[in-house]
Write a protein that binds this ligand. Structure first.
Ligand SMILES: CC(=O)SCCNC(=O)CCNC(=O)[C@H](O)C(C)(C)COP(=O)(O)OP(=O)(O)OC[C@H]1O[C@@H](n2cnc3c(N)ncnc32)[C@H](O)[C@@H]1OP(=O)(O)O
Length: 494
């Protein structure tokens, strides 16, 4: 419970009071001096509860402050108090709601602008009083006062507890994926359903296989959304155990996609999509899918393929886990993506990655139109360069500008001073034009006074053996022409 240095009871003639931008309880009656006193105390209460709520949700800063409420035009805070607690009473809960102009996706993936959408912005019951029905009490009061229905509420980044709350009290489980932080429940855009508010009608698909898979384009794009399974399991009890084995398999391979602050769309991992794409292709081509994927209508195929792809992804991720390469699956995919990017960078190519979206600022919610629903984007193929072009690019780095044409082009001996600088600054060097591009011979002037014909020197490799295998390296040899024959080669990188 949250108690204060002052007596809260005059502020709470009712257990639940409503506070708007004037920072006064809706029940307030008093003169100017009392008004100032009440707003000051109410500000302290709101700030304190807002901080506790943020801490409880793991947020870095409060979503709810008195200052924000004062500046807002259409936000309302409901405060729940226990006037019997202690000497001064205690405040036990906070619920902040408001109307937001939102761009939202409906079940068919169409973007809709919803003006003044009823939104749940912050919700907190003190830890010592949770799961005692107080949240429901506050929420019901709010619904009544605002004349809202649960189904018509958009929820700003709900926590797992709040998702469970909606599932338990209102049977709301199936969501419509959004590109912003808000969560909507299926039926939100359905006028008939919205009239009763507590509607939760199972679709034939859900009834058939127990899965929370929508058939909307969003599902096709985001993958299956599978929420509140714990709640559902509890609700269905033993009925769940009677499901046939194929349903169990499907549940296992269906990706659990949390919502809200944990489930806001992350930038799609390019590598994950590549893997997913490969999996899909192999499913189609190889006919390795289950019987469900190879029979039935097109929708069934799509879903089965999607699941197979997800299963493949999980399989790959599990393999990675077994090798201890990751802490979490998402991290692993990111790591793979990083490796992929490093690969591109190493080869001087341009990877195609979407910029990650910042998702952590709770409000104000932008009212600019959202970007189109996240699409499965194909990574832009790296610009393919011919070996010759790439060679000349590398050559530009290692040769003076005067020798930009390759030896293959000129058929002439090139003289390089750049390489010589790294080996012996005063020496003249020549490339042996007879050698392959990846294996050269650098001839270096014999140091003064050195006898090229003295015994013990290896004179056999004036013409080096052509070899392109192995890694980079080199070695120096004294030739019978009086040169130190420095063999070097480089590996082609592509
Ligand atoms: C938009 C937002 O504000 S998102 C942030 C929501 N707030 C939080 O997560 C803060 C911490 N949690 C809370 O303050 C509260 O748990 C609230 C506000 C979500 C719910 O208030 P409560 O008084 O606990 O709700 P109430 O007692 O009416 O309903 C209980 C149901 O809520 C859900 N719930 C509440 N607490 C939990 C919990 N710790 N774990 C899982 N589910 C929970 C369950 O469905 C629970 O039913 P159950 O006990 O049969 O499983």
């Amino acid at each position: 419970m949250v108690d204060f240095r002052f007596d809260i009871r005059p502020l709470f003639p009712e257990a639940i009071v409503r506070v708007t931008s004037n920072l006064l309880p809706h029940t307030f009656r008093g003169d100017r001096r009392q008004c100032l006193d009440a707003t000051s105390k109410m500000s302290e209460i709101i700030d304190r509860l807002g901080e506790l709520s943020a801490t409880s949700q793991g947020l870095s800063k409060p979503v709810t402050t008195a200052q924000r409420l004062r500046m807002s035009e259409n936000q309302t805070i409901y405060l729940l108090a226990d006037t019997e607690a202690g000497h001064n009473g205690a405040v036990t809960g906070l619920l902040k709601v408001g109307n937001k102009d939102l761009y939202l996706f409906d079940e068919t993936g169409q973007t809709r602008k919803v003006e003044r959408a009823p939104s749940i912005l912050d919700f907190y019951v003190h830890e010592s009083r949770q799961r005692a029905g107080l949240g429901k009490r506050m929420f019901e009061t709010m619904l009544r006062e605002e004349n809202w229905t649960p189904l018509k509420c958009s929820v700003d980044r709900p926590s797992e507890k709040l998702l469970a709350f909606f599932g338990k009290h209102y049977g709301l489980v199936r969501t419509i994926p959004q590109s912003n932080n808000f969560v909507l429940y299926e039926g939100y855009f359905n006028e008939a359903n919205s009239s009763n508010g507590h509607a939760h009608e199972q679709s034939p698909q859900e009834t058939k296989n127990g899965l929370h898979i929508t058939n909307s384009p969003n599902t096709q794009l985001f993958g299956a959304t599978y929420l509140g399974e714990d709640v559902n399991h509890r609700r269905r009890g033993s009925q769940q155990q009677k499901q046939n084995s194929s349903n169990v398999l499907l549940q296992q391979i269906t990706q659990i996609s949390p919502n809200g602050r944990y489930g806001a769309r992350h930038p799609t991992c390019t590598m994950a999509e590549i893997i997913s794409g490969i999996s899909k292709c192999s499913t189609k081509g190889g006919g390795a899918g289950s019987g469900e994927s190879s029979s039935g209508n097109g929708d069934g195929n799509n879903i089965a393929e999607m699941m197979t792809a997800q299963m493949d992804l999980h399989h790959l991720e599990d393999e990675q886990q077994a090798h201890g390469h990751m802490n979490t699956k998402r991290m692993d995919l990111q790591e793979v993506a990083d490796q992929e990017e490093a690969h591109f960078i190493r080869f001087g190519l341009q990877p195609s990655m979407e910029e990650p979206q910042t998702q952590f600022e709770p409000e104000p919610e932008p009212i600019t139109p959202p970007s189109p629903p996240p699409k499965t984007h194909t990574p832009t193929p790296p610009s393919v360069r011919s070996p010759e072009v790439a060679e000349s690019i590398i050559g530009e780095n290692r040769r003076p500008a005067a020798f930009q044409l390759s030896k293959q082009h000129t058929g002439m001996k090139n003289r390089s001073f750049g390489v010589g600088m790294a080996v012996m600054p005063s020496s003249k060097m020549e490339f042996d034009q007879e050698e392959r591009e990846d294996f050269g011979v650098v001839k270096i002037n014999r140091p003064p006074g050195h006898d090229a014909h003295s015994p013990g020197h290896d004179n056999t490799d004036a013409v080096s053996t052509v070899s392109s295998g192995g890694g980079g390296g080199g070695g120096g040899h004294l030739t019978n022409e009086g040169y130190n024959d420095l063999k070097f080669y480089h590996n082609r990188l592509w």
